[in-house]
Ligand binder design. Structure first.
Ligand code: IVH
Length: 702
């Protein structure tokens, strides 16, 4: 935590009692939390991490418990969320939208459960519910987005609101209508006349990354995280932009449920448990988290939290903890709410994955395409159980934006398997003599001059003979993004290059078991595996994987697939004219130029000729498609929500001979339009591309 949050300074007030100090601290926390609330909720621009916020909040709660007389109505503990934004229309929630209290440890969780049980025994005097009802909890991931309420009247979506301050939210109806997975109608013969569905609006991690890339290209502000991106998108007054930036909605609760003739307004007669409620929401067409589950014991609850923390990086969206809700909805009503949150639900927040540490040095790493990447060498620090000693600084621009210097104290973030990142510099801790880092414009390994291509941020070493590139290039060839040759570890590649035995990918295939065994630390089994896996790779390589494994600049897995469909084999690709290449979908002049440059190199030609000689020369895999198939030679693209997963439709189209494009262009023959299609549809109409409904597409196949 940075200095400004250290315990209140006492220098100017010499004889302060503990009570006075507490009170001053309490006032400070109140105003500080209010400020951070505004930054977070109203301006989508937080200054401190969620974890730091939670810690300040927790401290305020405990001070307020100590001095209940100081709890004022405007205290952040008595209010939730942000203020409503001035420029969006506002509307009152019929039922208040509460926030959740947090726990951070097993002990705190158990304490929460015990308090709940005590309260339950006190309130449930009629004993209509057994104490055992308090044992079953519904566990959900805690989604890190924005809470929203979507209102349906007679099955039609009529309004959507943000949480706002809990009492009153901003009207976001038209923005929510653009969210593809939000049903617009719930069907007929519904048991309720009004249903308020509550849940979280999110941006998937991959859509967030794509959005930021686009923002950079458009020279517009990027977003700090998917949550901020979702918030910014939802509050867009221009719903075309909202539609374009993909948001999703996951439901986790209901607000008011009006059933003709019933007094209860929570749908208790329809859904007795949280589990039943979630199943019903899912049946009504709402997306819900797939990970949720029922917990019967405290142990179940702990393992759920543990499991979620483990898989959190593999999920498509961000979560920051888990939420437990009492499964019995009747018991939920017994427990009721405190001034700020339910007694029947609690959030267990994951531990922070950010930490401060010292930046000891900045080194430059040379990648397989020669890109020079600055790397932060850190004082090792434990972040969420993993020791981190290096983080990427991405490129010169990022370095400059962060204004990071050797000797700085930096905030490091770790997220799963990806290389840790530096989020910010703690300027208060910067030593007086810290000097700006001068980015080298030569390769640190081979010392040849680095270049910076137009439109790229990266400096590159363009010397094909650079030993650093050689190693990285060979590692890439064998990696999952290439031929996926699992039997030859990076360590051995480095070694073989170091001793001069291997200079390029072709050399790999000439290494014998005997030679390998001469390397220190190499055993029989590993040596055999090394040779066998190369043999296997030769036999199993597909043309697409082979092309991807070569590490041609700008040619990733997707482009490699396109090329593998267009050419018979690597020879044909090598001799393709540049203008023929640019006719292919998604291949522009830059990519085509890079391909020509690669195959134009004498060295590469020699290597490819040798690979062919050794038996690595995959041929195009013919799809068995009748020449007269309805979609032969047609380009197609699917957009919007379809009745089945998009991949299924894509496969049908491909099987009928069509080629899938990834964007709308004049070359597109058909755009198949599902529900809530956005900008693609607009563009297709502009270009006069034929559009088909899902049914029309299916009819065409018949
Ligand atoms: S339930 C009465 N379930 O966390 C229950 N909230 O800090 C109220 N949130 O405003 C909320 N995932 O934005 C619930 N599975 C989940 C959630 C969840 C995320 C958010 C929600 C809420 C905030 C409370």
């Amino acid at each position: 935590m940075s200095k400004q949050y250290s315990f209140f300074e006492t220098e100017n007030t010499p004889q302060q009692t503990q009570e006075e100090k507490d009170k001053a601290r309490l006032e400070f926390l109140k105003s500080e939390l209010k400020r951070h609330n505004r930054l977070y909720h109203t301006f989508d621009n937080p200054e401190i991490s969620d974890h730091e916020y939670d810690m300040l909040y927790k401290e305020l709660v405990s001070l307020e418990e100590k001095y209940p007389a100081l709890v004022t109505k405007d205290s952040p503990t008595q209010k939730i969320g942000g203020e409503v934004l001035p420029y969006l229309e506002k509307a009152k929630h019929r039922q208040r939208m509460y926030g959740l209290d947090n726990v951070f440890s097993q002990a705190e969780y158990e304490d929460f459960i015990q308090k709940g049980k005590n309260y339950f025994s006190k309130e449930n005097t009629q004993k209509e519910l057994s104490l055992a009802t308090m044992d079953t909890w519904w566990a959900d991931p805690k989604l890190d987005g924005l809470a929203a309420e979507i209102v349906y009247e007679n099955g039609e979506l009529v309004q959507a609101l943000t949480r706002g301050d809990g009492e009153e939210g901003e009207v976001i109806t038209s923005a929510v209508k653009t969210i593809r997975n939000v049903p617009q109608h719930l069907g007929h013969d519904l048991p309720f006349t009004r249903l308020e569905v509550r849940g979280e609006v999110l941006m998937l991690k991959r859509d967030f990354e794509a959005l930021n890339k686009k923002q950079i290209l458009l020279k517009q502000k990027t977003f700090a995280n998917p949550r901020n991106a979702a918030a910014g998108t939802l509050r867009q007054l221009d719903t075309r932009i909202t539609a374009e930036r993909k948001l999703i909605f996951l439901a986790y609760n209901v607000g008011q449920v009006l059933i003709p003739g019933a007094a209860d307004e929570s749908g208790l007669t329809l859904w007795k448990t949280q589990q039943e409620l979630m199943e019903a929401l899912s049946k009504l067409g709402f997306a819900v988290s797939k990970e949720s589950s029922l917990c019967h014991t405290a142990n179940d609850a702990f393992s759920f939290c543990e499991k979620m923390e483990q898989i959190r990086d593999s999920l498509p969206y961000e979560l920051d903890g888990v939420v437990y809700k009492l499964n019995s909805r009747l018991a939920q009503q017994v427990l009721d709410f405190t001034a700020r949150s339910p007694r029947f639900a609690i959030a267990w927040k994951f531990s922070s994955r950010k930490a401060e540490t010292l930046l000891k040095a900045i080194t430059i790493q040379v990648g397989r395409t020669g890109v020079l990447t600055p790397v932060a060498e850190l004082e090792p620090v434990s972040i969420g159980g993993v020791i981190v000693s290096r983080a990427t600084l991405h490129n010169e621009e990022e370095l400059r934006n962060l204004d990071v210097r050797v000797g700085d104290t930096v905030l490091v973030q770790r997220a799963g398997d990806v290389i840790p990142d530096i989020l910010s510099v703690n300027l208060e801790k910067r030593p007086a003599n810290a000097e700006e880092f001068v980015f080298p414009h030569e390769c640190p390994v081979c010392h040849s001059k680095a270049v910076r291509y137009k439109g790229e941020v990266a400096w590159r070493c363009v010397n094909f003979d650079c030993p650093a590139q050689k190693v990285q290039g060979i590692i890439h060839f064998a990696s999952k993004a290439g031929l996926d040759i699992s039997g030859i570890g990076e360590k051995w590649i480095e070694k073989l290059v170091e001793i001069g035995r291997v200079q390029n990918i072709a050399d790999l295939f000439t290494v014998t078991e005997k030679e390998l065994l001469a390397l220190e630390g190499m055993g029989d089994i590993s040596a055999q595996k090394f040779v066998d896996s190369l043999k296997e790779a030769k036999e199993n390589a597909t043309l697409a994987r082979f092309i991807a494994s070569l590490g041609i600049r700008l040619v990733g897995e997707q482009t490699a697939k396109t090329l593998a469909q267009a050419f018979e084999n690597i020879d044909e690709l090598a001799h393709a004219a540049e203008d023929k290449l640019t006719l292919l979908p998604d291949i522009g002049p830059e990519v085509a130029g890079s391909i020509k440059q690669y195959f134009g190199s004498k060295k590469k030609q020699e290597i490819l000729a040798r690979l062919k000689e050794y038996g690595l020369d995959p041929q195009r895999q013919e799809k068995v498609i009748a020449a007269d198939s309805v979609l032969t030679g047609k380009n197609i693209l699917f957009t919007g929500t379809l009745s089945k997963p998009r991949q299924e439709f894509e496969k049908m189209a491909e099987d009928a001979g069509a080629k899938l494009l990834s964007a709308v262009s004049k070359n597109l023959n058909y755009l198949v339009v599902g529900e809530k299609a956005g900008s693609k549809l607009e563009k297709a109409q502009k270009l006069g591309v034929q559009t088909l409904t899902e049914q029309e597409f299916l009819d065409l196949l018949k």
